[in-house]
Design a protein around this ligand. Structure first.
Ligand code: XIL
Length: 322
């Protein structure tokens, strides 16, 4: 089988990519795979462009760690999805502890966006796309009660996109969230976020569906594609931005390993079948560095490669459908 990005590009997609993180880049057997642009043509930093890292004190911007990932991608001719500008999680302490007004928090948010988006420009080949707002929606219904929503209201979202567009008109600006891959309340609300931004006359180019799936719960490619098309009908592109398919408990049976391969193939097939689905990013490609075990107790082995960096049946099935 040929490599994944090479196949994806031949199939008309922009990229097949992977997230990574700074601490992993000292592992030379890992970077030997990650640096191959025919396998992964796109990189997302798993952490080090987040607000916690980039503006640890108000007005003090530090891009050293994020730059390491961007340099890695540029050295290997890989494009970058940059992640992320506004999120409720991994915020520096000063945001959570200060008392904000609508005006002061809007100012702090737009300053952060302007500074970071200006540091990493599309024209310099540093960011093809930005996840401008990440995970604005609650898991039950409505907006997540984050500091931005509580202080500014839902217009923090179009305000954030407008600031990003002003700082880099060439960047593709995305709303990114999870549990919007299937029909349901959260999907309906994510579609409404696109309407909110467009209704404000502000640029939004894409929606990222994170794609943190569970083995056996992915369903058919056609059902997934029908969801993608609800977004593309609004004139935005889509991408699967953080794909992994975790086993809910370990070790998986042989049947579950095969099901994981079927599930990965369905996700990739869905994107292939929708012309405005531009690409697929896995949230790291190997079980050694996956975030899943530390976040979902008892779950794991969610990636295309195992912890010894050997290709799993899921890799073969993805390669076969691409
Ligand atoms: C995760 C990272 O992978 C972890 O290393 C970190 O501890 C927490 O964040 N959705 C997102 C990502 O948008 O930023 C998250 O990344 C995973 C869920």
């Amino acid at each position: 089988h040929a490599q994944l990005n090479k196949l994806a590009v031949a199939a008309g997609k922009k990229y097949f990519g992977s997230a990574t993180d700074n601490s992993e880049l000292t592992d030379t057997s890992y970077t030997a795979v990650l640096s191959d642009a025919d396998e992964f043509g796109q990189i997302t930093p798993g952490n080090t462009q987040k607000w916690y890292y980039t503006e640890p004190e108000q007005g003090t911007f530090t891009y050293t760690e994020g730059d390491v990932i961007v340099d890695f991608a540029q050295n290997n001719s890989q494009i970058m999805r940059c992640h992320n500008l506004v999120w409720y999680n991994q915020l520096p302490a000063w945001i959570s502890s200060d008392s904000w007004t609508n005006d002061t928090l809007t100012e702090a948010m737009t300053t952060h966006i302007t500074n970071e988006v200006t540091h990493y420009t599309t024209d310099a080949g540093e960011c093809y796309a930005w996840d401008v707002v990440n995970e604005a929606l609650s898991d039950s219904s409505g907006y997540r009660d984050n500091i931005f929503y509580e202080t500014i209201g839902e217009y923090y979202i179009p305000i954030a996109f407008a600031a990003a567009a002003a700082a880099d008109p060439a960047a593709k600006l995305y709303y990114n969230d999870y549990s919007i891959e299937f029909t349901g309340t959260k999907l309906t609300e994510a579609l409404a976020i696109v309407d909110l931004i467009q209704g404000a006359g502000v640029q939004i180019d894409g929606v990222g569906l994170q794609g943190h799936f569970i083995v056996g719960e992915v369903g058919s490619a056609s059902a997934l594609a029908a969801v993608l098309e609800q977004f593309t009908a609004k004139g935005v592109e889509v991408a699967y931005t953080e794909v992994d398919v975790r086993h809910a408990s370990l070790p998986p049976t042989d049947a579950e390993i095969e099901q994981q391969a079927v599930d990965y193939a369905a996700v990739v097939s869905a994107c292939l079948s929708v012309s405005d689905c531009v690409g697929i990013t896995v949230w790291d490609f190997d079980d050694k560095y996956s975030w899943i075990p530390s976040t979902f107790s008892g779950a794991g082995e969610a990636c295309l490669y195992d912890e010894n960096l050997s290709k799993k049946p899921a890799w073969t099935s993805v390669s076969s459908v691409l």
